[in-house]
Design a protein around this ligand. Structure first.
Ligand code: ATR
Length: 282
């Protein structure tokens, strides 16, 4: 029987996940399909209840906004990583053969996407250990990234517009924090843009001061720059970084690598990353 998977989000219509996963299933000859479950907040509990009662026969869900935290109380088990991050982006559904009981297992692969994308960059002869990393933003997206970076041994400082929020997040993970406006004090080896500024204020939102990367470069500092935004994948921040001679990592790489990890959790097979990459670049 064809296994069903899907993304649970609201809104979800523009998700790139169906293209990625369906291409991967096809490439490996796996009898499965991946759909969009655009579930309104008022229907969320009914949806989960239908999954648990096998009224919706689904084997796995990618969980996106606004449900990554909201889904936690409905899960039978949650991985240590997801517990520490406080959010789940991957649900595996298992149905017992004899009893028909349906159990939901939560995990988080968002941090894997960020860490793996950085590990593939040029800085990574010895991984991320002791690398000086600035993470801009202190919301949900930053939380998973900071967790992953610290787990990899990096020396992380969170910079946020509202310093209090940076302090709170850093308190959870034991890293540095400061206000975003102090960014010029730092000489990072990696800079991760994880604010929602582009989403809320549009593509022209300015997150770092004008000429920031040029200034750093003139002081001999050329950080690897990564942006979580994947639409467009070439953000103004990455353009500035590239023009200053910095290596850049686009958000679609993180998206791809977190999905690859999800694929592996669900199927036990190595994800065909190149096939998935082509699927989202179309
Ligand atoms: P997400 O789950 O996408 O991370 P969030 O939890 O709402 O979203 O967090 C958004 C983050 O982006 C916050 O750190 C926010 O800064 P504040 O804590 O000061 O609000 C940051 N952010 C949003 N717009 C920004 C902007 N124009 N400049 C700088 N930071 C911004």
């Amino acid at each position: 029987m064809t296994k069903r998977f899907g993304v649970l989000a609201y809104p979800a219509a523009h998700s790139l996940s169906p293209a990625m996963f369906n291409a991967a299933f096809k490439a490996l000859g796996i009898d499965a399909k991946y759909e969009i479950f655009e579930v309104r907040p008022e229907s969320f509990e009914k949806f989960i209840s239908d999954v648990k009662r096998w009224k919706i026969e689904i084997s796995g869900l990618s969980v996106s906004l606004p449900y990554k935290e909201k889904i936690l109380p409905f899960l039978n088990e949650v991985s240590e990583d997801a517990k520490k991050i406080g959010a789940v982006n991957t649900v595996t559904v298992r149905r017992e053969n004899n009893t028909g009981d349906v159990k939901l297992f939560g995990d988080n692969t968002d941090f894997v996407g960020a860490v793996e994308a950085l590990k593939e960059s040029s800085l990574s002869v010895d991984g991320l250990k002791d690398k000086k990393i600035l993470v801009l933003g202190a919301g949900g997206a930053s939380r998973a990234i900071v967790y992953g970076l610290i787990k990899s041994g990096a020396e992380v400082t969170i910079l946020n517009r509202t310093k209090e929020k940076a302090k709170e997040l850093s308190g959870n993970f034991g890293c540095g924090y400061d206000e975003l406006s102090s960014i010029l004090k730092y000489k990072p080896e990696v800079l991760v843009q994880a604010t929602s500024a582009l989403l809320t204020e549009g593509i022209s939102a300015r997150i770092v001061p004008e000429g920031y990367f040029e200034k750093l470069a003139s002081n001999g500092c050329k950080p690897v720059a990564m942006d979580i935004v994947y639409k467009p994948s070439m953000t103004p921040l990455l353009t500035d970084a590239k023009n200053a001679g910095c290596e850049i990592i686009t958000g679609d790489k993180m998206l791809l690598l977190q999905a690859a990890k999800q694929f592996e959790i669900w199927t036990g097979e190595r994800a065909p990353v190149e096939v998935m990459k082509v699927a989202i670049s179309k």
